[in-house]
Design a protein around this ligand. Structure first.
Ligand SMILES: Cc1cc2nc3c(=O)[nH]c(=O)nc-3n(C[C@H](O)[C@H](O)[C@H](O)COP(=O)(O)OP(=O)(O)OC[C@H]3O[C@@H](n4cnc5c(N)ncnc54)[C@H](O)[C@@H]3O)c2cc1C
Length: 368
């Protein structure tokens, strides 16, 4: 396979690199900038460049550009640490979900605000007693005439306090198997009965939130796809989001900086740098294979585990180069302390290996 980029793709990469550098200069550099770098202003810059909905069909306002183009832009943005968080979930996940499963009315109502960079979406999936085991969710939506009435609690919802809409995964029926009866509903975040409580994480970020829903009335036509059959839809979204470049390059800038401070004359340090760079390049091939649709079904779980574990090793390497100064408050410290989250967000490494065992390797399931 020839991975050389055409002159057009190189020009796109250079443009993206320049815009990313401007974004970092204006809004700071963020580790995992698709979660920690929140700026609506920069989301509008992305929209003006035509970098939201790049691959969406033209009839829905997208540009039907090949997946490789979105990958190039995303790689430049997140490697540099540019603040793409305000548009990221909408571009990566919610837009494609509405295009795949939504109604025409939903596409007309919600896609333009995503494409302009004006609307931020959060994902209301995890609950205090349902993380890896998503089928255990208890947040309930009960039909009442032409509305759903929602009660329950979500947790770890990134940007819950800033989002315009929540893409809510909830239970509409609890007779039958747990993964039956799950539905996806679009919830405007300004509805009465919604209380958002931000959570401060250990690096003083405040993207995590708890969201409490008490008797929240949502129009029934905000249901996405088939009522009670959304578990399958959610799994497809998760499989898609796991294999992306955001899982590999989120602390690339930290690696570059750590290498520049490292004692590169030390043979042990040289070994570490070479090993990390080799991993990075393998991870990049895995991600490109996902984007080009060439990976086996379910393999994004392996791509995610491989790439996010690499990002953690990068953080430990950076900490070792910094030495005791890693204890002091600096962008390095936050980059190091943030690292455990890489193998949790979007599904833990253990769960990724379960998926790989079940779906790709066909191993027998462990008895429950
Ligand atoms: C940075 C970040 C951003 C996030 N953003 C969002 C968001 O926007 N919206 C949202 O809904 N959620 C979000 N999450 C939550 C995330 O999806 C969950 O943390 C994740 O799915 C794990 O669930 P849990 O925390 O409940 O852990 P648990 O599921 O309780 O797992 C605890 C431990 O048990 C292990 N374990 C669990 N089940 C198995 C099994 N079957 N086999 C082997 N080991 C197992 C896990 O690997 C883990 O080590 C975010 C998390 C992070 C870190």
């Amino acid at each position: 396979m020839d991975f050389a980029l055409s002159p057009e793709l190189l020009a796109l990469r250079d443009r993206a690199r320049a815009v990313a550098a401007d974004g970092v200069a204006a809004f700071g550099r963020h580790n995992d900038s698709w979660i920690n770098g929140y700026s609506k202003e920069f989301a509008r810059v992305m929209a003006d460049e035509g970098w939201i909905g790049m691959g969406w069909p033209t009839e829905y306002g997208g540009q039907a550009r090949p997946a490789i183009e979105r990958l190039i832009v995303a790689e430049e943005m997140i490697s540099a640490g540019a603040p793409v968080a305000a548009m990221w979930f909408a571009d990566r996940q919610m837009g494609p979900s509405l295009i795949a499963y939504g109604t025409e009315q939903q596409r007309t109502a919600f896609l333009p605000g995503m494409l302009s960079g004006d609307d931020t979406w959060c994902i209301g999936m995890s609950e205090p007693d349902a993380g890896s085991d998503l089928a255990s969710i208890a947040t309930r939506a009960v039909r009442d005439g032409d509305h759903f009435v929602i009660d329950g609690q979500k947790i770890w919802t990134s940007f819950g306090h800033l989002a315009d809409y929540c893409y809510l995964i909830c239970r509409t029926n609890d007779s039958g198997l747990p993964h039956r009866g799950v539905s996806e509903i679009i919830v405007p975040m300004d509805l009465p009965g919604i209380e958002v409580r931000p959570i401060t994480d250990m690096i003083a970020n405040r993207h995590f939130c708890e969201i409490y829903f008490t008797g929240v009335r949502v129009p029934a036509d905000h249901l996405v796809g088939v009522e009670g059959d959304a578990f399958r839809q959610t799994m497809v979204q998760l499989a898609h989001e796991r294999g992306g470049i955001d899982r590999l390059v989120s602390n690339r800038a930290l690696f570059v900086e750590a290498c520049s401070r490292a004692d590169r004359a030390d043979p042990r340090v040289r070994q570490q740098i070479a090993a990390l760079e080799a991993e990075f390049r393998v991870g990049r091939l895995l991600v490109y294979r996902e984007a080009l649709g060439q990976a086996p079904d379910g393999f994004s779980a392996a791509t995610k585990a491989f790439c996010t574990e690499h990002q953690q090793r990068v953080a430990w390497f950076a900490a070792a180069q910094l030495g005791p100064a890693a204890m002091l408050e600096s962008p390095w410290t936050t980059g190091v302390l943030y690292a455990p989250s890489y193998t949790i967000a979007g599904g833990t490494s253990e769960v990724m290996r379960n998926i790989l065992g079940d779906r790709v390797l066909g191993l027998p399931r462990e008895p429950r």
